[in-house]
Design a protein around this ligand. Structure first.
Ligand SMILES: O=C(CO)[C@H](O)[C@H](O)COP(=O)(O)O
Length: 229
């Protein structure tokens, strides 16, 4: 699984604290990535101890892990509400605007995270920034990639097709689409860029999450820093 700048202990602290928010009877959004995986494992232990929770996976990877640790699953199209979603982020600012999609799962993640009554981001301190400046992933319909890349250029960005690590050719998402990683430099106005990207034909979903997160749990070396917008 992809790892990032923080330590596993920092990630685990954040994720395990977030998992404590889940009460028996809850429907839980299961995020994707190395930090969210710690929350899924913690929820698996809670289920083994008798907690009655059901998970909604945001990706093939989170579904597989949930099965491995024994969390009962319900598919996204069967639920209209999610009580708590716990998911990672590639970057977050003080307003809890996020860049997500490092694992190419941001389309399903956004659906699940946005429908949750409470969406808690779990992260390590390396993810926290004053201004979002990482590449913004776009999930795009395969035939639209050239048109979307041209539009990204008019918005001041540069799009690069995400290549697979252990396969020739591109990363293909769980939904059968491609990913363009788009460098915009520092994003001064995330809401405005999010609107422009959402309005671009061929973009299935972009990795800017603006106004979606309710809280962030940032694991440190000796605790958890809880942040709210
Ligand atoms: O958005 C995501 C996947 O699409 C992940 O949540 C994000 O990439 C963070 O992953 P990690 O916790 O491994 O750093």
């Amino acid at each position: 699984m992809k790892t990032t700048g923080g330590t596993d202990d920092q990630k685990r602290r954040a994720a395990e604290r977030a998992a404590e928010l889940v009460s028996s009877g809850a429907t839980v959004g299961l995020g994707t990535g190395s930090t969210a995986a710690f929350a899924i494992r913690a929820l698996g232990r809670a289920v083994a101890d008798g907690a009655d929770v059901r998970g909604v996976a945001t990706s093939f990877a989170s579904r597989e892990l949930a099965r491995e640790v024994g969390i009962p699953l319900v598919s996204l199209d069967e639920v209209s509400t999610v009580d708590v979603a716990i998911d990672g982020a590639d970057q977050l600012d003080a307003d809890l605007n996020l860049i997500k999609g490092g694992g190419a799962a941001h389309a399903r993640e956004k659906i699940v995270d946005a429908m949750a009554d409470r969406f808690v981001v779990v992260a390590d301190p390396s993810k926290v920034t004053e201004t979002l400046d990482r590449t913004v992933p776009l999930e795009v319909l395969p035939d639209a990639r050239t048109a979307v890349a041209a539009r990204v250029e008019t918005l001041g960005g540069e799009a690069t097709l995400r290549r697979a690590d252990r396969k020739d050719g591109p990363v293909v998402t769980d939904n059968g689409n491609l990913v363009l990683d788009c460098a915009f430099g520092a994003v001064a106005d995330p809401a405005s860029l999010a609107t422009d990207l959402s309005a671009t034909p061929g973009v299935v979903e972009h990795g800017l999450f603006v106004g979606v997160a309710d809280e962030a749990y940032v694991g440190t070396d000796d605790g958890v820093d809880v942040r709210r917008p």
